[in-house]
Design a protein around this ligand. Sequence first.
Ligand code: NDP
Length: 399
Amino acid sequence: MGKALIIGAGGVAGVVAHKCCQNHEVFEEICIASRTQSKCDALKAQLEGGKTKVQTAQVDADNTEMLIALIKSFKPDIVINVALPYQDLTIMDACLATGVDYVDTANYEPLDTAKFEYKWQWDYREKFEKAGITALLGSGFDPGVTGVFSAYAMKHYFDEIHYIDILDANAGDHGYPFATNFNPEINIREITAKGSYIENGQWIETEPLEIKKVYDFPEIGEKEMYLLHHEELESLALNIKGIKRIRFFMTFSEKYLTHLRVLENVGMTSIEPIEYEGKQIVPLQFLKAVLPDPASLGPRTKGKTNIGCIIQGVKDGQPKTYYVYNVCDHEACYKEVGSQAISYTTGVPAMIGAMLVMTGKWKKPGVFNVEEFDPDPFMEALNKWGLPWQENFNPTLVD
Ligand code: NDP
């Protein structure tokens, strides 16, 4: 059917590439392009022997001209951006210049400000509309599947949704005293930032990790979870009818948080550059360099993740509650594609989003979040491509 250019060669890109190759009828050809070509080549070596043609390229995705040249030579139908959020705008610019559709899994963030907001990418709406191309934003798990879950609930089970709690639990154990499951810089920036949630149309800000709850997760058990700011809150609050409150919680172990507190107290999580031996370095970027590479956690991680949405609202005048979630097993993911479940739960939806745009099911000119499209084909594809979901109409609520 067509060609996809995958930008990035980290944990998530590895899963996207494997899944595109499994789905060879849609993805006949892929090009894996990243800053370090050897990583792309190593990934290509894992994919040999399948029906999808794989090639690799070196690209600096901060450089729009270089991206344009690559897109012009490979001629993809879609660009799947699984590099870092800092590259979103340069890649969107390159897509505009070449008339190619765009998918990503995380919203743009300037390097010097740890602030997750859609405004920069939503500002591209008119340009994408005029160019007649699609930008699908946040097609990972959270954001991504959590938005599709919410849209599915709205379409099939509710007249109005009043409350959404997004619960992201990871009961995986990689055996290291401290490591992050995806890019450490992005992960730590997210956790050390102030928390926030939306209530009655207003953002309510909390101190970092101020709100803690305990929840008994299906197939995982009781976990402590903390309220975080998360990017899908912003788009869901706009796109889901009747919403009064939306919150996001993620589980962390006490051991993880103790390490994080120490690193924070000694200044290692700062994004302010400091001078070291005549060179400017950013402490958090240096920390990333000494921590285990998330892509290396795959063979060591045991246990499961459970990510889903608890939704409360009204149907036919009656109050209704609905919990929809996916449970993913780290070891099973590793066996299938050589990655742990965090990369897997992000990479599979990125492939699905790209597939739906390529096949025309989710194709319309403009910039969109996942919940703005018909959730049904995405939900079907989740079951087919490795992230089956479960429903509970009488769940325990967070409060
Ligand atoms: P990794 O750090 O493992 O991989 C990032 C990749 O991007 C690396 O291969 C890196 O290259 C490459 N890269 C970075 N800068 C550039 C550049 N300027 N030009 C070209 N390539 C570049 O990250 P992950 O795979 O864990 O995460 C990928 C994305 O997925 C991130 O944006 C993350 O925020 C997002 N994510 C989304 C989730 C969701 O559920 N929505 C969950 C988890 C992650 P190099 O190897 O040279 O460093």
